[in-house]
Design a protein around this ligand. Structure first.
Ligand code: NAD
Length: 390
């Protein structure tokens, strides 16, 4: 079986799906590895390192003509979808719940699509494949670094002959994987850190990192399914925003990471809360996307300075900006998943397996993932299109 690693084309994407260490591992399982020329350049992994690990370096046209399995980080761009054909498999973070059209297009081309973001994350045997976690870890670390860079003062307390600097006060809203890593990193940089989340279980995790957990008087407890949060009701949301405002105002730096699966990110920092912050304060919104974010006025991929001197960094894809660490981790995740799906050096699709049931999105010309199929059907219903996908 020929497994190919593409050169990512999305803007600002510097990661690569497989690093040379992964090439050696997959070759050990009897797979042939093709690497598109320059695929690892963004992560400082030269073609020579891949060749040394046993990969064959190829041009894009040859890759798509000969690969059985194509490994990507993000979803393939429009022009590369048309290069994929019947019998081929693409494995990556395809975000089918935000881009179901891609699943429809791949099914129509009879391409098997496997998406790491569909992994059942609470299964302990799936943990080595959990790319959402590995990339959120990288992004959470970088969020603290980005905040420190944008901040005009020190994070740690410094006592020097020129005076004493008090430590920065950092608040992290959303204490999941990324939030906890942001808390840990800001603490290591010497800041005084507080954390907040709607899942009651997060209190202990925040405190175990040496940060203070912020408890709101309204104390919304919103643990949802699978360890995630549920969406708040309008009343809960308003109460939360109003109470958070006073906490936000007394912090120098706010890092937001809150997400609810399949929903728009919740607005946690309102316009009023931004206005209540001091000049020089910094907000990093990790949820900033075209769907909106956690912070009023945040723009994805942009740095905005408000009239009252608050810097808002719209930081949607931070993992891509720590490309070597992110690629190393992702490479292990995708290799583990590929090997899980491989028998006798060939792909063995079996959607009765709990892991495959989550990650296999299209197969044999159909959208087979129930959540994605249901989403497509509901959209077809919305637009009045006949839902005859089967
Ligand atoms: P996520 O990216 O979906 O969300 C980030 C955080 O935002 C979550 O902690 C969520 O509770 C929080 N949030 C959502 N709405 C909020 C609001 N209105 N106000 C404040 N916070 C809000 O989540 P994630 O980081 O991917 O993971 C969430 C949970 O899943 C964590 O408990 C994590 O430990 C767990 N998890 C478990 C496993 C496993 O069991 N192997 C793997 C991955 C994640």
């Amino acid at each position: 079986m020929k497994v190919a690693v593409v050169r990512e084309t999305a803007q600002g994407e510097q990661r690569v799906a497989l690093v040379p260490e992964g090439v050696a591992k997959l070759r050990g399982a009897g797979l042939d590895i093709l690497v598109e020329r320059g695929a690892g350049d963004g992560a400082w992994l030269p073609d020579a390192a891949y060749a040394e690990a046993g990969a064959t370096i190829v041009e894009q046209a040859e890759l798509y003509q000969t690969a059985d399995v194509v490994l990507t980080v993000t979803k393939p761009a429009g022009e590369t979808i048309s290069l994929l054909g019947p019998g081929q498999t693409v494995i990556g973070m395809l975000a089918p719940l935000t881009d179901p059209e891609l699943a429809t297009a791949l099914a129509a081309r009879n391409v098997t699509a496997v998406s790491l973001d569909g992994l059942p994350r609470t299964l302990s045997r799936a943990q080595p494949m959990d790319a959402l976690t590995s990339q959120a870890n990288v992004a959470g670390y970088k969020a603290a670094i980005v905040a420190a860079e944008a901040f005009g003062r020190f994070f740690p307390m410094l006592i020097t002959a020129a005076g004493t600097a008090r430590p920065a006060k950092v608040l992290v809203l959303g204490a999941g994987v990324a939030g906890l890593q942001a808390i840990g990193t800001a603490r290591r940089l010497g800041a005084v850190v507080s954390g907040y989340d709607v899942r009651p279980a997060s209190k202990q995790e925040v405190e175990s990192l040496g940060a203070t957990f912020i408890e709101l008087k309204s104390a919304v407890a919103a643990a949802g399914e699978g360890g995630y949060a549920r969406e708040l009701t309008a009343d809960e949301r308003q109460g939360q925003q109003e109470e958070l405002e006073q906490h936000i105002a007394r912090h120098d730096v706010v890092i937001t990471t809150a997400q609810v699966p399949g929903r728009r990110p919740p607005l946690l920092v309102t316009d009023d809360a931004v206005k209540a912050m001091s000049a020089g304060a910094v907000i990093v919104d990790m949820a900033a996307s075209t769907l909106g974010g956690n912070v009023a006025g945040a723009k994805p991929g942009e740095i905005v300075t408000t009239g009252n001197g608050v810097t808002i960094v719209g930081a949607g894809n931070l993992a891509a900006s720590v490309p070597t660490a992110a690629s190393n981790a992702y490479s292990r995740n995708i290799s583990a998943l590929l090997l899980h799906m491989t028998k006798d050096a060939a792909l063995a699709i079996d959607t009765t397996d709990e892991i495959q049931a989550g990650v296999v999105i299209t197969h044999l010309g159909r959208v087979v993932n129930p959540a994605v199929a249901a989403l497509i059907q509901s959209q077809e219903g919305d637009t009045g299109v006949d839902g005859a996908s089967d």
